[in-house]
Design a protein around this ligand. Structure first.
Ligand SMILES: O=C(O)CCC(=O)C(=O)O
Ligand SMILES: [Fe+2]
Length: 338
């Protein structure tokens, strides 16, 4: 970890003053976000402008969707990260992912059409999910805060490179599984990985299980090696907050200033074993189900990602060559977690 990072905890940042405050408030929030992403790559964000009621409703829809019979869900499968993906469909480095998902993209993205359940099966599901795309507004505010932290000119501004907002989000359901299965070695909820876009907003229920790499614990930035040698710390659910993290492209764009921290999903922390039960256990037999909703932002495909002004100078040279975002995203989407 950077020597200026004096806290091991993921900072909780109140975004209210950025959305509603003075120029000075905005600058202060921008500077705290910048510092947090430099140290941790992850923040909790409160007062982010997305109503709790909307988020509760989204999780309710997700429960209803995954409660459909398998046969109906399978009719919504596709090969392009839209629609349904069944439990165990994804494999990452020999690990089977014990999750099912439903992917939605920007309704305006005609190159990747969405797949919806028939209206008679889940009336109003589609309308809700299309509206949930409003999270895009928060992504743009966050990009504005990062542009402010770097003092970028309006032509360099990050929001201007996300004009088409070709973002996507997933409803994720991790079904309840025998705990032993998750310890058997080749089955995981999500193995260690980092996201490949710019920013991810993550909404999670109160079950827990998301963990991020403890950056001081292994001398590597590779997910596969971290899996063997690194240690992880819990990103416990905090009511009323979104978790926000940096993806590979924004790490690279910032010349490594903001960290795209490796994370994974495991079973939640064990509860205390009951002492007065007839059958005391130290390990829960069943890992409870969990729901989450990650919302992924990516730059416009024609964007060239190259170290931003303020992220390099004569002493801190550019670490990477310029890269075409669209080509990179096409390659990454073929093999989702790296
Ligand atoms: O479910 C979660 O908490 C994390 C999901 C995630 O990391 C991902 O989909 O990239
Ligand atoms: Fe992720």
């Amino acid at each position: 970890m950077d020597s200026s990072c004096d806290t091991p905890d993921i900072p909780l940042i109140d975004f209210g003053p950025f959305l509603h405050g003075s120029a000075r408030d905005r600058a202060q929030v921008a500077s705290s976000i910048d510092a947090a992403f430099r140290c941790h790559g992850f923040i909790y964000l409160s007062n982010h402008g997305i109503e709790q009621g909307k988020l509760d409703e989204c999780f309710e829809w997700s429960r209803r969707f995954f409660g459909l019979i398998e046969e109906e869900k399978k009719k919504m499968q596709s090969l392009h990260y839209r629609g349904y993906s069944g439990v165990g469909n994804e494999k990452v480095r020999e690990h089977i992912c014990m999750k099912e998902g439903f992917g939605c993209g920007n309704p305006e993205d005609v190159s990747q059409p969405n797949i919806w359940p028939p209206e008679e099966l889940l009336p109003d599901f589609r309308a809700f999910m299309e509206d949930f795309f409003q999270c895009t507004i928060l992504v743009h505010h966050l990009l504005d805060s990062l542009s402010l932290a770097l003092d970028l000119s309006s032509t360099d501004s990050l929001s201007e490179k996300h004009i088409h907002s070709l973002f996507n989000f997933d409803l994720l359901h991790y079904p309840a599984v025998p705990t032993q299965l998750l310890h058997s070695g080749n089955i995981a909820r999500i193995p260690p990985h980092s996201d490949f876009g710019t920013l991810t907003l993550l909404f999670q229920d109160n079950v827990g299980g998301l963990e991020i790499a403890d950056l001081g614990s292994a001398n590597t930035e590779k997910s596969a090696e971290f899996e063997k040698y690194g240690s992880f710390k819990l990103v416990k659910p905090v009511l009323g907050t979104a978790v926000v993290n940096i993806g590979y492209l924004l790490m690279r764009w910032s010349n490594g200033r903001w960290k795209n921290t490796i994370h994974r999903v495991v079973g939640p922390p064990m509860r205390e074993a009951s002492t007065n039960s007839d059958n005391p256990r130290t390990v829960e037999d069943t890992t409870p189900e969990r729901y989450s909703v990650p919302f992924f932002a990516v730059p416009d495909p024609e964007t060239v990602v190259e170290a931003l002004p303020g992220c390099w100078n004569i002493d801190v040279p550019k670490k990477w060559k310029p890269m075409h975002a669209g080509n990179f995203l096409r390659r990454k989407r073929k093999g989702i977690y790296a």
